[in-house]
Structures are given as C-alpha cells and as structure tokens.
Design a protein around this ligand. Structure first.
Ligand SMILES: CC(C)(COP(=O)(O)OP(=O)(O)OC[C@H]1O[C@@H](n2cnc3c(N)ncnc32)[C@H](O)[C@@H]1OP(=O)(O)O)[C@@H](O)C(=O)NCCC(=O)NCCS
Length: 280
C-alpha cells in the first residue's frame, strides 16, 4: 500500500520536488483545468431516471440490481449498529464493498461509504463515528487511505469526480473536510487539526449575470507535503501546494503555495517563520 501510494502521489519522496527551499510565500498556479461536475440538484432531479437509478449513481456507484442489493443489505445490517457488535459487523462486512481493505481496520458507527468499490484502505486504520467517505465520480480513481491513518469523527472525504490520497500515518482530526474535484494528496504523517478544510475545487464566477452555481466548476487540486501540521480551523484553497514539514496556523486561509518548513498564519496566510533548513 505504501509503495502504491508513493507511486500514485509522489508524496512519499520529495527528492524530485519543485518546491522552493527558501521560506517565501509563492503564487500558486491558477491555470485550473475544468472538470465536468454536475450540481447535486442536476443529479438528483435529472429527468428520465428512476429514483433507484439516481440512488445507485450517487451512492452505490455501480449499475445493476445485484450491486444495489448487496450495498443495501450491508448498510442495513451494519452501518448504524452500536457497540462492539456494530464494530465487528462493519469490520467483517464493509470490506466486501470496498475496492481493497487491509487487516485491522476499524469503522465507527454510522460511517457512510459512497462508491465504495473506488475506496482502498491500508492496514491499521481507524475511521471514527459518522465519517463520510465519498468517492463519487464517473471517471475518477477514488480514495486511497494508507496504513496507520486515523480519521476523526464527523470528518468528510468527498470526491466530485476527483481523487483523494491520504498517505501512511496521516491524522485527520474531528469535523474536517477534504474535498477533491481533481486531485488532493495529503502526505505522510500530516496532522490536520479539527475543523480544518482542504478545498480541492472551486467555482468559476466570471459572469456576474449568472448565479455562481450555474457556472462551471473548476479544480486544480491541492498537495499537502509529508509531516505538515495544519492548525485548527485552517482552510487550504484550491491550487495550493504546501511543502513538507510546513506549519499552518489555526484559522489561516491559505491561498498561495507554502514552501517546505515554513510557518504560515493569518488571512490570507503570510509566512512568519521557518522551522529551519535541516530535514527533521
Ligand atoms: C502558528 C503557531 C504554531 C505559532 O507559531 P510561531 O512560529 O511560534 O509563531 P509566534 O507565536 O512567534 O507568532 C508569530 C506571529 O504570528 C502571529 N500568529 C501566530 N499564530 C497565529 C494564528 N494562528 N493566526 C494569526 N496570527 C498568528 C503572532 O501573533 C505573531 O504576530 P506578530 O509577529 O505580528 O506579533 C500557533 O500560533 C498556532 O496557530 N498553532 C496551531 C494550534 C492548533 O490549531 N492546535 C490544534 C491541535 S492539533
């Protein structure tokens, strides 16, 4: 799993990274690539589709009555079951829905999986109560969770035709959101404090005559390097690259790239220091 994540994300080894070494804030590449993303209303109220079809497209992610029945049975038996029996049921049954799942993975109560066949999980992972792991999309690979990852309760990993990679040892706090409409990578041993938000997608708002919602969705993705600490309530906007071992202050709004080992705080985030040039 570790090797495959490195291959997929390039976040295991930063030797070839283009990130600047000096702790100065840099502009990120705003040349976003458009992604064909329908609004949820368009998907929910699409004419000519039955409720079952829409549910299967949004939640199950696979065609056919067999996939739907399997998903429903497992959810009905295991998802909301409390206590140790619930933990045991989910441990036994959720892997049957997933793309792959290593040993010793704990799924808390009411963990919801969408498009689960596009979710791969390593070993020794905890996904706490009420998390949503949503790999939705038609052409995406989905969500990869490495070994020894912890995901705190109420956290949402949400794809809209994008991919999310959480590398080995990442720790995502309570009530966080990681959204991807293209590609979001969270490096090894990243610590994301509670209520932080990685926003790997955006809206075109160039036409003032039309609602933003009616305009195109765009996404450049986000990359958070190995060992980064993201403070509570921070927001990392689309297109940003955060270099390895950087620190992002609580409540920061990060719009520009942050170099490796820099300390960035505030709205918009500015660099106030560096953790030095020696790799930890
Ligand atoms: C960023 C942080 C790590 C401190 O880093 P530091 O290098 O020690 O920074 P300092 O305390 O020397 O402050 C440097 C400057 O940044 C400002 N600053 C520090 N943290 C800030 C924040 N979160 N937001 C805005 N400004 C901040 C300071 O006021 C100071 O400003 P000044 O130079 O104008 O006086 C810390 O303030 C922080 O935000 N920690 C996150 C805590 C958290 O979320 N914990 C969750 C548990 S996992």
């Amino acid at each position: 799993m570790k090797e495959s994540l490195e291959r997929l994300t390039g976040i295991g080894n930063r030797a070839g990274s283009n990130l600047p070494d000096e702790p100065t804030i840099g502009r990120n590449d705003r040349s976003v690539s458009p992604a064909a993303i329908a609004s949820v209303q368009d998907q929910l109220f699409a004419p000519g589709k039955s409720s079952r079809q829409k549910y299967a497209e949004l939640v199950v992610g696979r065609p056919g009555i067999g996939a739907l029945i399997k998903y429903e049975l497992i959810v009905m038996l295991a998802q909301a079951r409390s206590g140790a029996a619930g933990l045991a049921l989910r441990k036994a049954l959720y892997p049957l829905l997933l793309g792959s799942c290593g040993p010793n993975v704990v799924f808390g109560q009411n963990v919801v999986l969408r498009h689960p066949h596009k979710i791969d999980i390593g070993r020794d992972v905890v996904i706490d109560d009420s998390c949503l792991i949503d790999a939705k999309g038609e052409t995406n690979r989905g969500i990869r969770i490495g070994d020894r990852v912890f995901i705190g309760r109420n956290t949402i990993l949400s794809c809209k035709n994008g991919d999310i990679e959480l590398a080995d040892g990442a720790n995502i706090g309570f009530n966080c959101e990681v959204f991807s409409a293209s590609k979001v990578t969270i490096g090894r041993m990243v610590l994301m404090a509670a209520y932080s938000y990685v926003i790997g997608g955006d809206h075109d708002f160039s036409d003032p005559a039309r609602a933003v919602l009616a305009q195109e969705r765009v996404s450049a993705g986000v990359s958070v390097g190995d060992g980064v600490w993201i403070g509570a309530g921070a927001k990392i906007l689309d297109g940003v690259v955060i270099g390895a071992h950087a620190v992002i202050g609580a409540a920061a709004v990060v719009r520009e790239n942050v170099p490796a080992r820099a300390i960035a705080v505030g709205i918009p985030a500015r660099i106030v220091g560096s953790r030095g040039n020696t790799d930890p």
